[in-house]
Design a protein. Structure first.
Length: 271
């Protein structure tokens, strides 16, 4: 009976996720990273306390096939000792400390695994998994998500690497995945790329469910969003937004998610 109930709740969670185009998730960027050390369990737990709808974390595959949560390719910035993440074992990475750089009160923070982070997610909430490793992480990622498939939580996978997105969609067509992109100019007076049409082309080619875009108000406006929707890309989220006015701007354009370092501030401002 308990198993049936959890499965039923999980189905409701997926249906709820599909309806998010009509609302905005407040997603805590690397957890509540303004107040706690990024990509740590303390930051993720604090995000839930601050009423975030979702958390976002960065994930690499280790040398011994574990998925760990850290933004940089090595540990120097957050642990003070340089160890390349992808060529280190979990035990080697766990020998370091990841919280003291932010504040002495966080001394002793370990590097979390993906499983550790998932286990913080309350029923009905969302975990946004940004893949930093290349497509080699996909088999382990799918195995992990499959183990938690009956939990009443939602998964959104995001990646800048288009080939990684395409591989996930090929192996798990029902898994929601967004391709990530920033915006660049070749010169200060040149147009920004990718354009809305270029985003549509990429999304169509790799089969992504939507796009996660750098929150650039010089690029993203009603016409930009309309072009994407007309081309078949009707779902987008933006990162990283810490001002309420900007959050309202992108919410009004129909963003399904606002990723922020200050979920309490943005959540209160939008709600």
């Amino acid at each position: 009976m308990i198993s049936f109930r959890r499965t039923f709740i999980a189905v409701l969670a997926w249906l709820s996720f599909a309806s998010m185009v009509d609302a905005q998730m407040i997603v805590a960027h690397r957890g509540a990273s303004h107040d706690a050390p990024e990509n740590t369990l303390s930051a993720f737990r604090l995000a839930w306390q601050q009423n975030a709808d979702g958390i976002e974390g960065d994930f690499y595959l280790t040398a011994d096939d574990h998925i760990v949560c850290i933004h940089d390719a090595d540990t120097r910035r957050t642990a003070g000792v340089k160890k390349p993440v992808e060529t280190s074992t979990l035990a080697e990475l766990r020998s370091l400390e990841y919280g003291r750089w932010k504040n002495a009160s966080f001394d002793g923070e370990p590097i979390p695994t993906l499983d550790d982070v998932i286990e913080t997610v309350p029923d009905g909430k969302t975990i946004v998994i940004e893949l930093k490793s290349d497509a080699s992480i996909v088999p382990r990622l799918i195995e992990t998500i499959d183990r938690f498939q009956n939990e009443p939580i939602r998964f959104l996978v995001i990646a800048f690497d288009a080939d990684t997105v395409a591989m996930i969609k090929k192996q798990r067509p029902k898994q929601r995945v967004h391709w990530l992109t920033g915006f660049k100019q070749s010169t200060p007076s040149a147009p920004f790329h990718p354009t809305a049409d270029e985003i549509v082309s990429t999304i169509s080619r790799i089969g992504a469910d939507g796009v996660g875009m750098q929150a650039n108000r010089d690029v993203i406006d009603a016409a930009f969003v309309a072009t994407m929707k007309q081309g078949g890309c009707g779902e987008f989220h933006v990162w990283t937004v810490d001002a309420v006015a900007d959050a309202k701007y992108f919410a009004d354009l129909g963003s399904i998610g606002i990723t922020t370092n200050v979920p309490a501030v943005i959540g209160e401002g939008l709600r």
